[in-house]
Design a protein around this ligand. Structure first.
Ligand code: FAD
Length: 391
């Protein structure tokens, strides 16, 4: 493509960007894109799939790079996965260390924001930067289309020179198989659907999972339900005065080692559960005792390794998530482990695809508010170079 054509194409796309931005606001809560015609949306530099914190960080740098782009999000409202976490959740780092690039979360250096404050921050962030987010748009597949990628959504098709997938993990809960699950007459709920202790009031509940979610849900339920905490391995706790800032520091040290081609330093502390206030309180009241995982379900409860049977109403699976990558299946890049082979955030097998925010494999600390900025910046710089090179 000649320089002149590129300029024309970018000018058109820039109109598209403004139109899409305006239409993003106009079409919120609608299922069709009003006034965005095929020729305006078909000539974008970048389509970002997903509209959570990772997509916003990418949008922040795309905006500064003057690339034309749109962010497609299936959710009806801002906030990504934060919309689905439980009401009492508090962030594990103070506000200043829970911020996306360019704009601090209000609260300063010692206040741990609530879920609702995180949601308000993300809504404000995308409005402040007028990010061109179109909702609700469900991307069902990304396919090759000559030199470009075609993004197929429930509202139509988008063509882009590069695609950033930032769909997170919430849509793909990890559900372990436990023997005789079909026999259990009670409820089995994944932590992805856990909202508050109210719906479990007075019930007998087993919480499965030895990570932060498991510990926090046990803490949340203590006082309203009869709770047993079941884990495959004994849970490990970080010291009380350690929070997400420490984890980010560790991630930064590993990132530096990687960029300097040195061996990453071993973690200085062993443990994975951050002692947020609710978890500390649960420990102090004696509510935080894990037992080895039950071996099977029974008709009305579970069977424990020591042969005991207990009656249970609900089993909550705080067993984590997998990357939500179904939309990338047509590209044949998703490996048997459910991940995509990447160099940095760039797909090794599909040069027009980048992946952001899924966890350590897409960048140290990239699944956190403070951490995703670093990978987002590197990703957009790389996309800029790649698009310049292809003309
Ligand atoms: P998401 O937030 O999941 O956003 C992805 C978006 O993509 C969603 O809006 C979704 O609707 C959309 N989407 C998915 N599929 C499609 C599709 N096919 N088409 C269109 N759109 C699609 N991080 C911190 O920094 N601090 C904390 O204190 C903290 N606490 C946490 C506590 C818990 C219990 C959990 C589970 C996580 C916590 N995290 C924390 C991590 C953080 O919440 C997530 O890592 C973060 O939400 C990931 O952001 P994301 O933008 O990558 O994905």
């Amino acid at each position: 493509m000649t320089r002149c054509k590129i300029r024309r194409c970018r000018a058109a796309a820039s109109i598209g960007r403004r139109r899409i931005s305006r239409n993003a606001r106009l079409t919120a809560h609608r299922t069709t894109l009003i006034g965005v015609t095929d020729d305006l949306i078909s000539d974008l530099d970048v389509v970002v799939v997903g509209g959570g914190q990772s997509a916003l960080a990418i949008g922040y740098y795309l905006r500064r790079a003057s690339l034309s782009y749109a962010i497609l999000d299936v959710a009806r409202a801002p906030g990504g996965a934060w919309q689905h976490t439980w009401a009492s959740l508090r962030l594990f780092s103070p506000a200043q260390w829970s911020s996306l690039p360019g704009r601090l979360m209000p609260g300063g250096t010692s206040y741990y924001p609530t879920r609702d404050e995180a949601l308000a921050y993300l809504a404000d962030y995308e409005a402040h930067y007028a990010l061109p987010i179109v909702r609700p748009v469900r991307v069902s597949s990304v396919q090759r289309a000559g030199e470009r990628l075609r993004v197929i959504a429930d509202t139509g098709a988008w063509i882009a020179r590069a695609v950033v997938s930032a769909t997170g993990t919430w849509a793909a809960p990890n559900v372990p198989r436990v023997a005789d699950q079909h026999r259990f007459a009670g409820r089995i709920v994944h932590s992805a659907r856990y909202e508050s202790p109210n719906e479990f009031d007075g019930q007998r509940v087993v919480v499965v999972g030895g990570g932060n979610s498991g510990a926090q849900i046990v803490a949340d339920l203590a006082g309203s339900a009869t709770v047993t905490w079941a884990t495959r391995r004994p849970p490990t706790f970080l010291p009380d005065d350690i929070d997400g800032r420490y984890l980010f520091g560790e991630a930064t040290a590993r990132y530096r080692a990687l960029t300097e081609a040195a061996a990453p330093p071993p973690p200085r502390l062993l443990g994975n559960i951050v002692m947020v206030e609710s978890v500390r309180r649960a420990r102090e009241s004696g509510a935080l005792n894990a037992v080895p995982m039950f071996t099977s379900f029974t008709d009305d409860g579970v069977l424990w390794p020591d042969g005991r049977r207990t009656r249970e109403d609900v089993v909550i699976l705080a067993t984590g998530f997998r990357p939500a990558l179904d939309h990338l299946t047509p590209l044949e890049v998703v490996g048997p482990n459910g991940r995509i082979e990447v160099r940095g955030t760039h797909s090794v097998r599909e040069p027009r695809l980048w992946l952001v925010g899924y966890g350590e494999w897409t960048g140290y600390a990239s699944a956190t508010l403070i951490g995703v900025g670093r990978t987002a910046r590197a990703t957009v710089e790389e996309i800029g170079r790649a698009l310049d090179a292809t003309g």
